[in-house]
Design a protein around this ligand. Structure first.
Ligand code: NAP
Length: 283
């Protein structure tokens, strides 16, 4: 019988700890504040912003929404970030991406102050993940994958882990985090030859591609633990992962559902980071 690794349980455990940390900060006169910068009206951004606000409210974190027009100038975004960087009442800055095409995203994302970079979008924070130092924060989605594995008690030491996808948002950082925990890590991508041979050998698979049901029964074997990061929208508006859930459920030991899996945990990790940032800045 497959074990369904539900995100809600993990999120609740994280939220309980964040709530306690936030209460302690409030007792000292500090209310943690997350600033969310949204540019334009992209549906994905609005829905992520909504779920972040809901989660923030749950744990007692205040949110400052900064909404800029889709045709905003790069100068205006940079001055907005600089103002938030120097505003001592703001503890975390989340810049929703991708940014509009006329903006140099690589330049702009690196303007966030490292101590407020709660989703690790700057090269400085990402370098910390790759160097294995814990001075900054790690990106929320890769951290959510690790929180799920930890919560459900999977020991990564010496395990063969396969990460499918190599983006800087998910694939590469999660591969580094698995390596840091002594897994033997392989990274697959769009040029990988014979993916089924690789997936078949892995004990832990992190699928972060963005291709509905790319991973099916011919990729899988018994005993595997699968974390499905992919979020793909069907024609009828329903969401599915990169893994064919029904096919996988008959074969593997454990897997995360989509929805109600990794996505649920990501916003809780974000709140954990904001509470931690507030503690580091304020205390
Ligand atoms: P991305 O930047 O588009 O990267 C996708 C990766 O998949 C690339 O490295 C690409 O390889 C690889 N790939 C594409 N086709 C492949 C194939 N046939 N076989 C093997 N690898 C293949 O996407 P992303 O930002 O990392 O996001 C990945 C997925 O995670 C998306 O569905 C996204 O919506 C989801 N996501 C979920 C959360 C959450 O909280 N749950 C957060 C962020 C993202 P190349 O590098 O060779 O092109």
């Amino acid at each position: 019988m497959v074990r369904i690794l539900k995100g809600a349980e993990v999120a609740d455990a994280l939220d309980q700890r964040s709530t306690q940390q936030v209460e302690e900060l409030k007792d000292l006169g500090v209310t943690p504040i997350l600033a969310i910068i949204r540019i334009g009206e992209r549906g994905d951004d609005i829905s992520y912003e909504r779920s972040a606000i809901k989660r923030a409210r749950k744990v007692g974190i205040a949110v400052q929404q900064v909404i800029l027009a889709a045709d905003v100038t790069q100068c205006r975004i940079i001055s907005t970030i600089k103002d938030l960087n120097t505003n001592t009442s703001v503890h975390g800055v989340l810049l929703l991406r991708p940014l509009p095409a006329h903006i140099d995203e690589d330049f702009v994302r690196n303007m966030v102050a490292p101590e407020k970079d709660v989703d690790a979008i700057t090269n400085h924070s990402l370098a910390g993940v790759f160097a294995g130092t814990s001075t900054g924060f790690a990106p929320c989605t890769p951290s959510a994958c690790m929180e799920i594995l930890d919560y459900y008690g999977y020991d990564l030491n010496g395990k063969k882990a396969l990460v499918i996808g190599r983006s800087m948002v998910v694939g590469k950082p999660v591969a580094m985090m698995l390596l840091e925990r002594n897994a033997t890590v392989t990274i697959a991508h769009s040029r990988t030859v014979d993916l089924p041979a690789m997936t078949g050998e892995a004990q832990i698979i992190i699928a972060c591609v963005g291709h509905a049901h790319l991973i099916g029964s011919h990729h899988l074997s018994s005993g595997q633990v699968i974390i499905d990061v992919g979020i793909n929208v069907n024609e009828d508006g329903s969401l599915v992962g990169d893994v064919d859930f029904d096919a996988a459920a008959d074969i593997v030991e454990a897997l995360t559902p989509v929805p109600e899996g990794v996505g649920n945990v990501t916003t809780s990790v974000l709140m954990k980071h904001v509470a931690e940032a507030a503690s580091r800045i304020a205390l």
